[in-house]
Design a binder for this molecule. Structure first.
Ligand code: NAD
Ligand code: TYD
Length: 353
């Protein structure tokens, strides 16, 4: 098991990052946690108000594409480890602006690897660079099969191509320079603090406001959904217990066709909002499909289960109901993130569909 004192977590103001920061700050009071985030549209310090005053937590506003700033930070801080989540993360945005994804996801990752390598000076005992990645690097499945750690990379969207590229760089730094690097590739997450451009929080927000719920194509694409706190727990277990150069797949064993998921969500929302059964489902609207839309993702996480004893903790119906409760109880959060630029993004993304 690795022993560290000070961890740099990047992207900690985002959806998954905020859950990882919260878990590490609360569960490891002996660690110093530095959260570095640029605070893009997806980064929100309101995600961390419950831990922001803890003595083992600090926030640094920085951009990982700024190599010089990242170098300076490594020179002045004494990081033992990096858990790297900062990224542009939305497939639809990557279709309209691929370059932003190359800059943050590829160049930003290489900047962090360079700074860590320069600072650690080739001595990686009790040092670790943990890269958080996605199952989308493996491409799309047909009706059968699952992604394993040895599935060949075959990304299709600019987002997944940029994440695949960053994974290759991380592996290259392990293979070439002997850096202690670990990668995990996770399936779709859901839970609290999820920005409402992604399917589940967008649908919750629209159902709540009686707006059309856009379903791409025929709604037959399949995703494997994992509760975000189970992902954060998997990152914790892998960070502490894996070997240098290891890769783990993380998934929910929980495949849903988009249309079935949306129907389930509508029935949960009917109940929570005191609506008549079937009322929310009337909002479902089929819209033009996403370009290059991957048909199916499914993760085989046997390695993680067998080697590190990790399994998902929540059934999907329970997790989805908890998620809906969180959004209904946190209206201010939702209003805050959907004001301003969100409206123009929504207009641009959905008006022509
Ligand atoms: P998110 O978009 O909610 O958060 C990303 C965070 O990174 C934001 O706080 C943003 O401000 C920050 N960021 C963006 N560009 C930056 C830059 N140049 N410098 C510093 N900070 C920057 O994303 P998420 O859904 O929480 O995903 C986090 C990570 O997990 C990503 O690497 C993503 O690829 C990966 N992942 C996500 C999922 C998912 O279902 N959301 C699944 C598997 C893996
Ligand atoms: P998303 O949450 O964007 O995650 P990803 O593309 O990374 O899997 O989308 C999940 C699925 O839902 C995907 O198949 C695309 C689909 N989708 C819709 O049908 N409508 C929407 O408005 C959005 C955002 C996604």
């Amino acid at each position: 098991m690795i022993t560290v004192k000070k961890i740099l977590i990047t992207g900690g103001a985002g959806f998954i990052g905020s859950h990882v920061v919260r878990r590490f700050v609360n569960n490891y009071p002996q660690y110093e946690i530095v959260n570095l985030d640029k605070l893009t549209y997806a980064g929100n310090l309101a995600n961390l108000t419950d831990i922001e005053n803890k003595p083992n937590y600090r926030f640094v506003k920085e951009d990982i594409t700024d190599a010089q700033a990242i170098d300076e930070l490594f020179k002045t801080e004494n990081f033992d480890a990096v858990i790297h989540l900062a990224a542009e993360s939305h497939v639809d945005r990557s279709i309209s602006d691929p370059t932003a994804f190359v800059m943050t996801n590829v160049i930003g990752t290489v900047n962090l690897l360079n700074a860590a390598r320069a600072y650690w000076k080739g001595s990686y005992d009790q040092k670790r660079f943990y890269h958080v990645s996605t199952d989308e690097v493996y491409g799309a499945l047909g009706d059968e099969g699952m992604f394993t750690e040895t599935t060949a990379y075959d990304p299709h969207s600019p987002y997944s191509a940029s994440k695949a590229s960053s994974d290759h760089f991380v592996r290259a730094y392990h293979d070439t320079y002997g850096m202690d690097c670990v990668i995990s590739n996770c399936s779709n997450n859901y839970g609290s603090h999820h920005f409402p451009e992604k399917l589940i929080p967008l649908a919750i927000n629209n159902i709540k406001n009686n707006k059309p719920v856009p379903v791409y194509g025929k709604g037959e694409n399949v995703r494997d959904w994992l509760w975000v706190e189970d992902h954060a727990r998997a990152i914790d277990v892998i960070f502490h217990n894996s070997k240098a150069g290891d890769t783990y797949n993380i998934g929910g064993h929980n495949e849903w066709k988009n249309i079935d998921l949306i129907n389930l969500l509508c029935s949960i929302m009917d109940e929570k909002l005191g609506r008549e059964k079937g009322e929310s489902a009337k909002l479902i609207t089929y819209v033009t499909d996403r370009a290059g839309h991957d048909l199916r993702y499914a993760i085989d996480s046997t390695k993680l289960q067998e080697q590190l004893d990790w399994v998902p903790s929540l059934q999907f119906e329970e997790g989805l109901a908890k998620t809906v409760d969180w959004y209904l109880q946190n209206e201010d959060w939702l209003t805050n993130v959907t004001s301003g630029n969100y409206q123009s993004y929504y207009e641009q993304q959905y008006s022509h569909k």
